[in-house]
Design a binder for this molecule. Sequence first.
Ligand SMILES: [Zn+2]
Length: 153
Amino acid sequence: MGMKVLDLTCEHAHRFEGWFQSAEDFESQLERHLVECPICGSRAVHRVPSAPRLNLSGATAPAPRNDAPGADGQPLNVSELQARWLRMMRQVIEHTEDVGEQFAEEARRIHYDEAPARGIRGVTTSDDARALLDEGIDVTPLPLPALLKEPLQ
Ligand SMILES: [Zn+2]
């Protein structure tokens, strides 16, 4: 009943499929030089040895790697992100004034025009930060302490 699909190649390395009743049918047609390459017409045709048809149809084999990115990590992406982050942090540091512990107070003074408008950075508790946000004052949490140890360029 079913046809057998064989992966074939000719002497010029053209790949094509041949449909046969069976492997024996293929062999017999091959012996009688009835199998020819549809691309160049060559009859020097043989089966592709190491490529069972099921494997050819599958993009399934490489897929699991894409689905599971964590294992061997993506060092390039991470370092690129870190580099960008560092550049951004440096810009923040260069364009802000360090007010240290006075951050919440100073942010309020700026917000209510009691102090000159400028970018500031400093330390504050998360409660204070939340209160500032509630008052409509922009606060962005930055992991600066580790960075501040590095020399600025
Ligand atoms: Zn060919």
